[in-house]
Design a protein around this ligand. Structure first.
Ligand code: GDP
Length: 200
């Protein structure tokens, strides 16, 4: 297993169009999720940093993909959040165009990660996002965040509902996670390093 110092994380750039996507040979690990699902919190927990990805940053800012370089080993690609109710139709279309552009280049993606809310049935927007990942043919996993808000007895049925609703094949990992408490961090980290290591 490769050793990566996750604390060594630096912001590289914000990309709003194809020409801005980095295309060097570094592996790219992409994070997607509905606004407010805790994507920034998951990234911060993973990196062991408090305020790296800005938590609660401008909901509905759908126009940029943020690239971070982690210890010179891989890019963490923060895809724009989706599904924020107050976003205009034009903004939603921009999100769709940007995702289409990014996934048109999805050979760049080493691993795709979709964050969903462990408490709820995935939304139609979540299903759209999952379809982008599945259509890419690249490795993909789902992270069910906010696990700490679930009763123990609800965990298994909720995970089953997430798997069914997103129509995940058995081979797609579904990782129960709590950005708040840290559950699932090691499993997610192992998955990332496994894929990044293959490409290094
Ligand atoms: P983002 O919009 O997806 O980047 O979401 P944020 O990271 O800004 O988180 C949205 C809200 O959910 C914030 O109030 C977080 O504190 C909260 N949150 C995120 N992850 C968790 C979690 O695992 N458990 C709990 N209880 N709250 C969380």
């Amino acid at each position: 297993m490769v050793h990566v110092n996750l604390q060594k994380a630096e912001f590289v750039r914000s990309a709003a169009k194809t020409a801005d996507f980095p295309r060097d040979s570094l592996p790219q690990v992409a994070f997607a999720g509905r606004s407010n699902v805790g994507k920034s919190s998951v990234i911060n927990r993973l990196l062991g940093r408090k305020n790296f990805a800005r938590v609660g940053a401008a909901p509905g800012k759908t126009t940029h993909i943020n690239y971070f370089r982690i210890d010179g080993a891989f890019y963490l690609v923060d895809l724009p959040g989706y599904g924020y109710a107050k976003v205009s139709r034009a903004e939603k279309e921009r999100w769709g165009k940007l995702m289409e552009a990014w996934f048109a280049d999805s050979s760049l993606m080493t691993l795709g990660l979709q964050i969903v809310d462990a408490r709820h049935k995935p939304t139609a927007d979540d299903c759209t996002m999952a379809a982008f990942f599945k259509g890419s043919g690249r490795p993909f996993a789902v992270v069910a965040n906010k696990l700490d808000k679930l009763r123990r007895s609800d965990i298994a049925p909720n995970l089953a509902q997430i798997r069914n609703t997103l129509e995940l094949e058995e081979s797609v990992p579904l990782i129960p996670f709590s950005a708040e408490k840290g559950d699932g961090r090691q499993e997610l980290l192992n998955l990332i390093l496994e894929h990044v290591g293959e490409q290094l």
